[in-house]
Design a protein around this ligand. Structure first.
Ligand SMILES: *Cc1c(COP(=O)(O)O)cnc(C)c1O
Length: 387
């Protein structure tokens, strides 16, 4: 009995749906019968001295590998249709590791709208190091193609972007990258693996900030790098992560793995709530515009329906009356917390232009993360604040 259930948990039964696999992913602890895996805090592991080297996945030292991190990485790789994953201390650390693995003289083509911290990394730290970046609007396939150079090693995109909620046609951009011998990296933080799997659409690398929907409860910082195949670049990243040491801790690995068990249901609820709120706001006379992938007013609505199974919980809105009207709206809301980040249980709202360093984000834009509260309560709160 136990053996056969463990067999299913090991993924032998491929007919299990993702929701079922997510719940039954962890092995029942054979020594105690515990359903919830223990957190292994030991930094060092007894090994047999043979005089030979170690297998990369052998437990020797926690910076190299740890049972909680290994379990999380295996689940995330499977969830995105990749072969190997490396969990690191934050989404930002994931991007930093990728850039460190490139070499002076390499060229990057990047989305011009993206998480602002990544742009700061490229401009402030990697440009002086000799890594050059060209920024393009990735919703324009021809602009992406025109930016490619013989030295382009990496194309980076977010879809939807943070905070403008613009989409990129991942399959077309993957083709453009591959024609030039470059790799495509997709930041799948906003969409989540519930909405889309970029590797299926041709991406070579997926990065996710686990801090958002994967953790899902505003209590864990983490990031992951997932590879479609185990090539020489993936090997170099593994060496950088393990020898550089920016790995995810056992506690945070455990929290992120716990979040994964309910990810599908949470993201579907976030998406349903967000669509209702997008509809309400799009019809409100004091709102100039709503950017939400699955709202028909989105300029790439067709692509959004084709590429994303759900719209996720993140949207941006433009408030009529400019910067001051936007700030006043934030301060009149009671259920929406004025805070950064997204993807958790609580609805959050943020005036992005105030916190982004040197960005072109409109001054009347608010980024809204729809949480797991009842949407009717959220709409009532917006209604009173917009009166
Ligand atoms: C938050 C975020 C990041 C950075 O992740 P951290 O875990 O905060 O370092 C990167 N990309 C996107 C799209 C994000 O939203």
């Amino acid at each position: 009995m136990i053996a056969s259930i463990q067999g299913m948990r090991m993924g032998n039964n491929m007919s299990l749906r993702p929701e079922t696999k997510a719940v039954h992913n962890a092995m029942i602890d054979p020594t105690s019968g515990a359903i919830v895996p223990p957190i292994v805090l030991s930094t060092t592991f007894e090994y047999e001295t043979t005089g030979q080297g170690h297998d990369p996945d052998e437990l020797v030292y926690t910076r190299y590998q740890n049972p909680n991190r290994a379990a999380l990485e295996a689940t995330l790789a499977k969830l995105e249709g990749g072969t190997v994953a490396h969990a690191v201390s934050s989404g930002s650390a994931a991007m930093l590791t990728i850039f460190q693995a490139l070499r002076p003289g390499d060229h990057i083509v990047s989305s011009d709208d993206m998480y602002f911290g990544v742009r700061v990394q490229l401009n402030e730290f990697f440009a002086p190091w000799g890594l050059e970046t060209t920024y393009v609007d990735m919703s324009d396939v021809n602009a992406a193609r025109a930016a490619m150079r013989p030295k382009t090693k990496l194309v980076i995109l977010e879809s939807p972007t943070n905070p403008m909620i613009r989409l990129a046609d991942i399959r077309s951009i993957a083709d453009i990258a591959h024609e030039s011998g470059a790799r495509l990296l997709v930041d799948n933080t906003v969409a989540t693996p519930v909405a889309q799997n970029p590797i299926e659409l041709g991406a070579d690398i997926v990065v996710i900030s686990l801090t958002k929907y994967i953790g899902g409860h505003h209590d864990v910082l983490g990031g992951v790098i997932i590879f479609a195949k185990e090539d020489e670049f993936a090997e170099r990243i593994m060496r950088l992560v393990r020898i550089g040491g920016g790995v995810l801790s056992p506690m945070n690995s455990w929290l992120a793995a716990r979040g994964l068990q309910s990810l599908s249901y949470r993201v579907r609820a976030h998406s349903e709530n967000a669509l209702q709120i997008a509809r309400y706001l799009a019809a409100h006379p004091k709102i100039e515009g709503v950017f939400y992938p699955h709202h028909p007013s989105h300029p790439q609505y067709e692509l959004a329906l084709r590429q994303m199974r759900v719209g996720s919980g993140l949207m941006s809105i433009l408030v009529k009356g400019g910067r001051q009207a936007a700030i006043e709206l934030v301060n009149r809301l009671k259920l929406f917390t004025s805070a950064t980040s997204f993807g958790g249980t609580h609805s959050l709202i943020e005036h992005r232009a105030s916190i982004e360093e040197s960005s072109s984000t409109p001054a009347n834009l608010l980024r809204v993360s729809i949480g797991l509260e009842h949407p009717a309560d959220l709409i009532a709160d917006l209604q009173q604040a917009l009166e």
